[in-house]
Design a protein around this ligand. Sequence first.
Ligand code: NAD
Length: 428
Amino acid sequence: MKQSGFNPFKMAQQQFDKIADKLELDEGARDLLRNPLREFHFSIPVKMDDGHTKIFQGFRVQHNDALGPSKGGIRFHPQETIDTVRALAMWMTWKCAVADIPLGGGKGGIICDPHDLSEDEQEQLCRGWARQIGRNIGPVKDVPAPDVMTNAQHMIWIMDEYEQLNAGHYPGTITGKPVDLGGSLGRTEATGYGLIYILREALKEMDVDITKTKASIQGFGNVARYAAELYIEYGGTVVSVSSWDQSEGKAFSFYREKGIDLQELLQITDRFGSIDKSEAKKLGYTVEPGDAWLTHDVDILIPAALENSITKDNADSIKKKVKIIACGANGPITPEADEILDKRGVIVLPDFLANAGGVVCSYFEQVQSNQNYYWTKEEVLGKLDNKLTDAFYKVWELSKNKNITVRDAAYMIAISRVVDACTLRGWI
Ligand code: NAD
């Protein structure tokens, strides 16, 4: 999305360059990996409800597919830019690689605001997108998924159009499908649970007993609530969560010393993840300003709402007791804040490792769809736990052996895996 003066693709390239220096990559490897392998730009004509034809601009970027078919969401946004899509596609390459799943990185989008489009117009847009990119996506090429302002219904329209074009059933073309039509059990829980599997192992390594810890969470949506659920099941205490209040146009934190009761809070939360303030007060929660979640005397912080929530301006309000920050949201800590936290000795579990549960489960969905045989929820979550625990230990050991941050170790593993795949294929 457009943000004045900020170019996410430049930032993604800078992050890559820093690790490329550490890995002493040669020029060919750098040139290949700091740019997308392929990108598609196309026009999608839609016959609008009032009879006129409107042309929408669509994109798909396949950053690198040396490890396997590209994987990544499709965003609908009025301010979508090709550089945002490029950056997100590159980050998907590293996320799949660090999780050690045989997929590459992709991302797509359409410049549009679905709030202004009827159901019929949205369906035409999805089908038009599939017709334009149809020959370049598919189970063995590139597997899209829902992202900002796209959902399971959009995915089904895209899948159906792809299947019409290819005259067959190809549910592995897309993930994020409803469970009744090829989706995976466990996907709803996957990102939040995945974060806690990784946090559980990190605490073990730090010799911290999870049952004696307290946590504060930003957000109360999909990632936050499933992270809270499993963390509480493991014996931890969540003392604060926060959410956006649409009517007041600002966020609030909800604090309770003895810990939150998840089910009780869910009953007073709307479908957008906003908690009702007056009901929360009646249940004994203190309603605080939006930033207060960051300032509590806890061991663990879990930013699970949005990007740029921990910055150089508020990092100092984090209490000394905080030992670890597990990033559920994408990009919740700015690079300057990261440096401050590193100097203070706070362990940061970076987003592309800590929230990889979602993409790993999407990979499981694709595997199940391709074989047309579906696993139980226990099977899915068990495999997810194993995969993420393995990924965590590889990163943790490198970070200890080389005395580098967990983020740098995760990047080094991810980039090395992609470089090795490109080298084996003879691309570089
Ligand atoms: P969601 O829409 O379900 O929930 C977002 C929550 O954040 C809501 O409770 C909302 O009220 C709250 N919120 C919004 N602005 C806030 C603010 N300023 N302060 C406090 N709370 C605020 O979203 P989600 O699926 O839980 O995703 C959260 C983050 O995790 C996003 O950055 C998303 O990109 C990332 N993520 C999600 C997944 C996934 O599988 N859902 C996977 C990887 C990364």
